[in-house]
Design a binder for this molecule. Structure first.
Ligand code: 9YW
Length: 447
């Protein structure tokens, strides 16, 4: 293992390199998600990036999230991409065609879908970092946490109002991109029911020109479906009610639901501290409780793993992936289920697999048929996902577990390449290198 990794940086050098990645990817207006592959701002990337930036330059971190929230739609949605005027990424703003959407933002071009709600977590983390840094940072971060709170609340409210249809209580996605785990096998069954129509306008992918080995990226067939769903939304004029009613993909996402529950808790903590309206705090408590119940109710009776739900076909999706561990992020499942999940996570099916370079949970179990160690969300390890579990474990008081995940994350990333994702056995960085959110979580682990 690790044969392709001659270099291991010592921690101070690794930190300096991570800082440099964030600075180099800063256009002045945004820190792009990756230098060539992703020359725009992505929603959940921006949250992690702000945590990293808070270590370097608190006002810059604040500006990053302010830029994202300036692009918030009038109905409350935080869009998954805020476009810069670079045109190296496809699909760009013309293909999304959101300019005429009734609820769209003015003066900025965005995509028409969302990504996981981790922004409250980022704001709280920035606040913690600023408080340990200087009185000035502290004052700036507190002012920011107070001023961004209503926007965070309306983002969460949007997820409840528009995206929690039906009885499962799971937060629903209308595109695999919303999950942040684009081509995860989680979505194979619901995507099989998405039939791109003849009217799908032709397109040329740009990602595969940038990433030398196309087998590290989703396939063309997957892209046809991704583009078809955009076509459907565009035709619906980005009317959310209509999209949820009629799009060919509607899935309750258990990972998002768990993140939503814990983000609501965090927003309550921030809102209590900064004197936000009691009625809104009560809403958040209610939403968190319902989301937690939904996560717990999704757990498989034998494996304990949490499941997504296909809301079009009305059935559970049993595919086991990293998302199955969602109850560990938010709690709320019976103790016996959580213990089962923790021992599964430690087992040779996941982090304890003897072949792994570092015990970071892979996106899919290496023992699962169809596991592909090089392809995107179908096997590789993603440092940000590791950060989320580590953060949640720390919050839940599982300090030793959190420490182990942090150490494992650093072992995986100490080659200093800041890969987008990693081959779990060799530790080869895959996809983009100098990926901003990878640099950001490494910085947070190191400080
Ligand atoms: C794409 C930016 C984004 C992440 C997603 C990840 C990938 C974009 O990159 O999607 O075009 O494939 O799947 O989670 O936010 O880093």
């Amino acid at each position: 293992a690790g044969g392709s990794r001659p270099v291991r940086y010592a921690r101070p050098t690794l930190a300096a390199r991570a800082a440099r990645v964030l600075r180099d990817n800063d256009t002045g207006a945004v820190v792009t998600a990756a230098p060539r592959l992703y020359p725009h701002m992505w929603s959940w990337d921006a949250a992690f990036i702000s945590i990293g930036l808070a270590r370097l330059d608190l006002p810059r971190a604040v500006a990053e999230l302010e830029t994202l929230f300036k692009a918030q739609w009038r109905n409350g949605m935080v869009p998954h991409i805020v476009f810069t005027d670079d045109d190296a990424y496809f699909p760009g703003p013309d293909r999304w065609g959101t300019d005429t959407a009734v609820d769209g933002p003015r003066n900025v071009r965005t995509s028409g879908i969302c990504q996981p709600p981790v922004h409250a977590i980022a704001v709280q983390r920035m606040l913690e970092i600023a408080r340990a840094s200087s009185p000035q940072d502290r004052a700036d971060a507190e002012r920011f946490a107070r001023s961004i709170w209503p926007a965070l609340y309306s983002w969460h409210r949007w997820l409840v109002e528009y995206r929690t249809p039906g009885a499962s209580g799971l937060v629903a996605i209308v595109h695999g991109w919303e999950s942040g785990m684009d081509n995860s096998p989680r979505w194979d069954v619901p995507y099989a029911a998405v039939n791109p129509g003849e009217e799908l306008p032709p397109y040329v992918r740009k990602d595969v020109r940038i990433i030398g080995d196309p087998s590290e990226r989703p396939t063309d067939k997957e892209y046809d479906r991704y583009l078809w769903l955009i076509e459907e939304m565009r035709r619906a004029g980005y009317d959310q009610k209509e999209i949820v009613r009629s799009s060919s993909f509607l899935v309750g996402d258990v990972f998002i639901t768990a993140l939503f529950a814990v983000s609501c808790d965090v927003l309550i903590e921030l809102g209590t501290e900064f004197g936000q309206p009691a009625s809104q705090l009560a809403d958040l408590a209610d939403w968190a409780a319902r989301a937690r119940e939904a996560v717990a109710a999704s757990c498989h009776s034998v494996s304990g793993m949490a499941r997504d739900r296909d809301l079009r076909a009305n059935r559970w999706l049993d595919t086991q992936t990293i998302a199955g561990f969602s109850p560990l992020l938010c709690g709320g499942a019976p103790d016996e289920v959580q213990l089962r999940l923790l021992s599964l996570l430690d087992s040779d099916r996941w982090c304890g697999h003897p072949g792994l370079l570092a015990p970071v949970p892979p996106s899919v179990s290496p023992m699962r048929p169809g596991f592909n160690p090089r392809q995107y969300w179908r096997g590789p390890q993603w440092p940000v996902v590791n950060w989320l579990f580590g953060w949640a474990f720390e919050r839940r008081g599982w300090h030793e577990r959190a420490r182990k995940l942090r150490e494992a994350g650093l072992r995986l990333t100490d080659d200093g390449a800041f890969g987008e994702y990693y081959e779990p056995f060799t530790g080869e960085p895959l996809g983009s290198t100098d990926q901003s959110w990878t640099a950001a979580v490494v910085l947070d682990w190191l400080c």
